[in-house]
Design a protein around this ligand. Sequence first.
Ligand code: CDP
Ligand code: MG
Length: 682
Amino acid sequence: MATTSLQFWKPGTQGPGSSLDRATESEEIIVHAPNLSALGIQAQRERLPIFKHREKLLYCIEEYGVVIVVGETGCGKTTQLPQYLYEAGWAPPGSVIACTQPRRVAATSVASRVANEVGTILGDEVGYIIRFEDVSDKDKTRICYMTDGMLFRETMIDPLLSRYSVVMIDEAHERSIYTDLLLGILKKIRRKRPALRIIVSSATLDAQGLLDYFNSNTALSNNIPPLEQKPEAVIVSLEGRMFPVEIAYLDEPTSDYVRQAVKTIWATHLQQKAPGDILVFLTGREEIERCLSELSELLPDLPKGYPQLHPLPLHAGLSTDEQLMVFEPTPRDVRKVVISTNIAEASVTIEGIKYVIDCGFVKIRTYNPSSALSSLTTVPVSRASATQRAGRAGRTAPGICYRLYTASTAQSLPPSTSPEITRTDLATPILQLKALGVDDLMKFEWVTGPPAESVLRALEHLVAAGMIGADGRLTPSGEKVAECPVEVSIARMLFSSRDYKCGEEVLTISAMVAVQDVFIIPEGAPGALAELERRKFTAEEGPLNDTQDHLTLLNAYNAFVRYGRSSSWCKNHALSFRAMSRAVSIRAQLKKYMVRFGLPFDSCQGDSKRLRQCLASGYWRNGARWVMDGSYRSVRDDKVFHVHPNSVMFNRKPKSGWVVFHEIEETKKTHMRIITEIEPDW
Ligand code: CDP
Ligand code: MG
C-alpha cells in the first residue's frame, strides 16, 4: 500500500463543478508561505487583510448599532476585531467585549492566541468561558471569547447583558441554534440599551438577509419618518484574496473514506514535491484516531530522501495545548498533516496549508420531531462547505483539494446546511426562552422560525415533565431546571434523585455524560486493550457491578477519585485524564446547583435498581426494546436501533429486554450510546 497511486484525475485537468468562483485573483503568487512566527507580533497583525479596514470598521461601530462584517476566513475577524475595539477604548474598566463562537475548541484556542498577541496571561485581560469552564476574571477581563450558548445563558441572569459594551456574534454563517437565539435577544436588547454595539461576522453569509432582519421595525420609533432615520445596521465587506485551487475527484466512490484519506495523504506526500502542509477533513474523533493510527503504520516505510511527515489531530476532545500544536510552524524538512473535524473549515485557520483532503461528510446534530429523538448524524457536506474547505488550500499560494467523492456526487450536494434551529430538539432552548420571559414564542423575532412540529413536541415534553404549566408559563420546577447548565433530561434526573435517594450517584453520572471521550485508546495500544479496560469498570470492586454503561461511567469515576486522580493511573486504565478531570470539575459545579435547589446527596448504597429507576425517569423519551435479531426498536416509533460498539452492552441481550440510552449516533447504522437496562413497568 505504501506507494499506491491515486485514482484521481491528475491535478491540472479540472473536472466538472471544480471552479472555485473566488479563486481567480492571483496577481502575486507567494510560493512559500511566509514564516510568520519569524516576524514580530505587531508586524504579523498588520499583515492580516483586515488591518486595512481598521478605521472603517471602528467608524461603523461608532455610528451604527449593528455592523455585519463579511470576510474571507483567515483575514483576521476573530482575532483582530476584538483587539481593535479594545485598543480604541471600547472596554473601559467595568465593561467587556464579548466574542461568541459556536464551538468550544474555537473559543479556547482563539482566546489563547489573542492573549498571546495582547501580551497577557490567558484569563486576565483576555479570557474565555465555555460550559463548565470559566477562564476569565470578573474584574480584569476586557476581551472574552465564549460559546454562544454561554452568552445566551447569561441573559437569564443579566437580561440586558449590561456588562458588555460590544457583543460580536462570530461564525454567524454556521447558524447554530444559540447564534440564532442570541440575534433575536440582542435585537431586543438594543432597543432598551442603544449603547450596546453588535457585530455579526461570518465567512460566507447571506448578509443582506441579516441586514433586513436588523433594519426592519426600527424606524417606527419617535415619529421620525423612516427615510430620515439612520438605519440600524450596515454591512462591511472585507475583500479577501484567494489563490486558485485545483480540485480533484475520485473516479469511483469509496466505501471507506478514512482509508482513502490515508492513501491520499501518503500519495500526496510522495508525489507532490512542492512544500506545503496537508489538511484533512474527517467527521469526528474516532475517524481521526483511526486515520492517525493507519498513517503511523506507513511512516516507517517512508523512502529515503523524502521529508518527514508529521501528523497532528484537531478535534474537541484535545486539551487546549494539544489543539495549539497544529499552529506551530513546521521546520523546512517536515511536512505537517493536520487531521481535523469541521473546526478547520472556518473557525480556525492554519497557516501553510497547500493540500486539502475532504472526505465530503460532516457530523451534525439532527432531530426527528415525530420520534422526539435527536442524534448525531453523519451527512454529506453542503456545496458551500465543500467550497470553503477547498479554499483552505489557497490562502497563501495556489493549492490542490482532493475530494474523496466523485464529481457527480459533488453536483448532487445540497447548496447549504440548514440552520440548526430547523433540526434540533427545542426543549432546552424553549425552556430557556420562557425563563427569559418570552412566553409567546410566536412573537419572538426569529431570524428563521423553528418548525411548528418541533415547537409542539418540545412544549408537549415540557408540559409532561411538569416544567410548563397549563397556562404556558414555567412552573417553579421549570424555572429551576432552566437555570441548570445541562439538558432537560439530565436536570430532570437530578431532581428525581430526591425520590429515588441516589443524588450522589446521579450527580456523578450527570457529570460523566457531560464530558465526551472518557475512554481512550492509549497510544500504541491495540483497541482491544481499551475494550478490556472498559469492561473492568463494569466489575470494579464497587458494589454496582451490573454490566451497564452508566454504571460503568460511575465506577470509572469513583475509581479515578479513589486512586488519587492520577494521570498515570488513567493511562493504565485507558481513561482520558483530561476528560476525567473535567468530570470532577463539572460534578463540583453541578453539586452547587443541587445545594441551591435543596436536593439531598443520598447514596443508593449499591442498590442499582433505584439508580436505574432514576435514570429511566430522566431518559423517559429515550427507550428501546430488544428484538430477536439482536437489534432494538425505539419505544416511540419502532425505529431500528443498534448498540454502539463501544457499549458494554454490545452483543449482550438485556435480561428484561428494555433499555434507556443517553444519545443516538447515526452513521451507516443508528447507534444508541451509553445504555442502561430497565424494567418495562418503570
Ligand atoms: O476569523 P478569521 O477567519 O477572519 O481569522 P482569524 O481566526 O482571526 O485568523 C487570523 C490569523 O491568525 C490567521 O492567519 C491564523 O492563521 C492566525 N492564527 C494563528 O496563527 N493561531 C491561532 N491560534 C489563531 C489564529
Ligand atoms: Mg474566525
